[in-house]
Design a protein around this ligand. Sequence first.
Ligand SMILES: [Zn+2]
Length: 355
Amino acid sequence: MRALRLHGPRDARLEEIPEPELRPGTVKVHVEWAGICGSDLGLYESAPIPADYANPIMGETGPHTLGHEFSGYVTAVAEDVTGVAVGDLVAVQPNFADGTCAECLAGRPNLCDNFAFIGINGWGGGFSDTVVVPADHALVLPAGFSAETAALIEPLAVAWHAVELAGVNQRSTALVVGAGPIGLSLVLALRAHGVETVFVTELSASRKELALRLGADRIIDPREEEVVGAVRAATGGRGVDVAFDASGVGKATLQPAIDALAAAGTAVVVANFHGDVPLDVVPFLTREKVLTGSFAYTAADFREVRDAVVDGRIRPDALISSRVSLTHALDRGIEHLLADGRATEVKILVTPREI
Ligand SMILES: [Zn+2]
């Protein structure tokens, strides 16, 4: 079978490798759709995991197959597996925890000391023909459900976890800084949590339109309006209860997220920052503001998103901007995004089929 494997910085190869074999407790999944994530771009550019390193949970050295946001159809199940059957459409929860470290025992498996992802640390990945995954990480979707939508559950779970961490209710107001794939997923997750008002800051005309279509109440273009003043004016001077930096530019995006908060509000870092950010610390003291990060998701988050896309509380298909074949995952997918594709793309999906 074919797999897009990472050999080093800017060195990913679509290779012929043996098809993985079923082990006890696993199912074999023929990949249908796999999304390209911002973290795939970072992995591709820098290949930060040494080829001879084996994650303690995965137990495999590189090269590893890329792709951790994927769905597919089950083609085989191990004898001891129940609850997943051949022919089922599944979304794969790709992250794993050891279940034994202090964070796991404290109920924070997403922060496991040994956390690992299919598509990053081993056990194959979505940019391939076939993956074998533990059955309890294969979430079954109803017959006839869209395999494209199923591939969006993973990035939505990232946003869902951040919204849960921020603590929202139906009277909450929220600011999302940046309407990229995660920012737009945050809009969907906030709406699914019943949040009353969602502000979004964005520069790109197409993403502004998409944010409105997915449920944002008001778009603020920082070139045209001062973000904090606009948020305060629209909230009776109070500010928002929660804010999310989903762009990771630096002080230019994080400081407004903090300054737009009401007293005791929470700002959440959901983007990957590259470099230090100098911050005014006083508002954390005098207004009891909170700044936290949000990392990945738990099995509960993943299942809640699965349920939300199945019952229609989240309708994420508008996030899909392009579809490419696995044979072009590199040039029309990853390389395209790293060049200038991010200006126009939101989520590119890859399929092993020729399209
Ligand atoms: Zn752990």
